[in-house]
Design a protein around this ligand. Structure first.
Ligand SMILES: *Cc1c(COP(=O)(O)O)cnc(C)c1O
Length: 489
């Protein structure tokens, strides 16, 4: 490209290295900006209040130099969600690992495409190998394999599509010829992506039969067997059971061994949505919480949550990898073939995808098994601290005793609970405010690697100040919580 071209000098890194210095200078500026931002995150609110700011959103006729653009970014960066603040406790969205930030930068620079082997020869192989390893980590056996997808919702969609095609053989002919209505079962606390999947797959969102949960937020086995029997009496066609390992609101784990046995007896595909809780597999101390997951036909697991891999990093793991070829594949003749490897785009609900495997692989290698276990155990240790503080405060109600590291608690009314959320945010503690069992709760997701037991004590100090200020008295209902706590921990 000649020098009079309207494209700026730094438009691309030139393959002959002739603008290497110019790119290095601007990359250095961007790096400094990121390091400033990240290394002072504890001085910004975990969720800054949006102040508004003037910005040029129209496309300018002339190039704006990158240093100017970096400056224009400042107000946006300053007002971004800030999960690195130790008081950020509200969602399953922790800070990203260094290895994953580097992995994303490399993936962007190389710009390969996981659609086909010829467009990503090294990364297709890496993804296939790493995901097979991951699937085996969950105990899925010798025939296992997996795919990365852009989020757990897509992984759940693909799992349910595969389950449907496998059970009903509708891959080519569609649903119109069916005489019985296909239905699936999931707990009432399952993620909304299950209903979304049923809606997208032509089953209708009502095809997901919600099964009641117990006081711990886990699927009730008796309610499930009753629902299956009732569906069969009505001439419906159950094809899939979705268990959740770590529900989005309370982190509850459905009784996987019992549910897998029912799925087997009833001939249902057994999918475990371990988007959140799957990380526990890395802790020798706590992996038993996922017992039964090794019986799954498919598992969704999001390293972007507890394992701190930059978004998006989500996986679908399969007990029998060859089922994808059999019941999902649409061959694409415009893509080259590789003898030893399938074009991942032919067996994925997604087409073009970046090499998200890089940030996952780099993070797993850099953390090591021990590091992954440490992250998980840190979260569970914080949870025990949290419970110890809650126990001392009978004015606080708890939604369920924790199976993992998520706790939902509230004061006597929705109004007070919402006011407490704002009071805490003003003190740089962010908890989210989900609705659960028709009430508002403050939700703490204890995945932040920078939160310490001392921060938890400070948080409860702030809660005490709020309660004193509002003259809040102990709630008689909390007696129940005492009992469930002592059972759970
Ligand atoms: C987060 C989550 C999902 C959805 O994952 P996305 O990446 O947001 O699409 C699905 N199921 C459960 C239980 C989750 O917690």
């Amino acid at each position: 490209m000649n020098s009079s071209a309207p494209l700026p000098e730094t438009a691309f890194l030139r393959p002959d290295g002739s603008n290497r210095e110019a790119i290095a200078a601007v990359a250095q500026l961007a790096l400094e900006q990121l390091l400033n931002l990240g290394s002072q995150a504890d001085q910004r609110s975990p969720v800054p209040t949006w102040q508004g700011s003037e910005r040029h959103v129209g496309i300018p006729a002339q190039s704006v130099p990158l240093p100017d653009l970096l400056q224009q970014l400042e107000p946006l960066l300053a007002q971004a969600m800030n999960p690195a603040n130790p008081g950020y406790l509200g969602h399953m969205d922790p800070v990203a690992s260094t290895a994953s930030v580097i992995g994303d930068a490399i993936a962007a620079l190389l710009n390969n495409n996981l659609l086909s082997v010829e467009m990503s020869p090294s990364f297709s192989r890496l993804e296939t190998a790493v995901l097979r390893e991951l699937a085996q980590r969950f105990g899925l056996g010798d025939e296992a394999g997996g795919l990365l997808l852009s989020g757990g919702s897509l992984a759940n969609l693909q799992a349910i599509a595969l389950a449907r095609n496998w059970a009903l053989q509708v891959q080519e002919t569609g649903l119109a010829g069916l005489t019985q209505r296909p239905i699936l079962f999931a707990s009432e606390a399952a993620h909304t992506s299950i209903q979304k999947a049923a809606m997208l797959l032509g089953l209708g969102s009502q095809a997901v039969i919600p099964i009641a949960t117990d006081r711990r937020g886990r699927m009730q086995v008796a309610a499930l067997t009753e629902a299956i029997a009732s569906a069969r009496r009505q001439g419906q066609r159950p094809f899939c059971l979705v268990a959740t390992a770590g529900t989005t609101v309370t982190g509850s784990i459905d009784p996987l061994p019992e549910l897998s046995a029912i799925a087997r007896t009833e001939g249902l595909w057994f999918h475990v949505d371990a988007s959140y809780g799957g990380a526990v597999i890395f802790s020798p101390r706590y992996a038993h919480k996922l017992q039964g997951i090794e019986q799954a036909n498919s598992v969704t697991f999001n390293p972007q949550k507890w394992l701190c891999v930059a978004k998006t990093s989500a996986s679908l793991l399969l007990r029998d990898w060859s089922l994808l070829t059999e019941h999902f594949r649409i061959a694409a003749p415009y893509m080259g073939e590789a003898d030893d490897l399938i074009n991942l785009g032919e067996v994925s609900v997604q087409g073009t995808r970046p090499a998200d495997i890089l940030k996952l692989w780099l993070t797993l290698q850099h953390f090591g098994d021990r590091g992954c276990a440490a992250l998980v155990e840190h979260g569970l240790r914080l949870c025990r601290c949290f419970v110890a503080e809650l126990r001392q405060r009978p004015q606080i109600q708890v939604a369920t005793p924790p199976d993992l590291n998520i706790l939902c608690f509230r004061l006597a009314s929705d109004r007070l609970t919402a006011e407490l959320q704002q009071f805490l945010l003003d003190r740089y503690f962010f908890l989210s405010l989900p609705r659960f069992r028709d009430r508002l709760w403050l939700k703490a997701v204890l995945v932040n690697p920078f939160t310490t037991p001392e921060h938890i004590r400070q948080l409860f100090g702030a809660i005490d100040a709020f309660c004193r200020d509002r003259q809040i008295q102990p709630d008689p209902q909390s007696q129940d919580n005492e009992i469930t706590y002592s059972q759970s921990l």
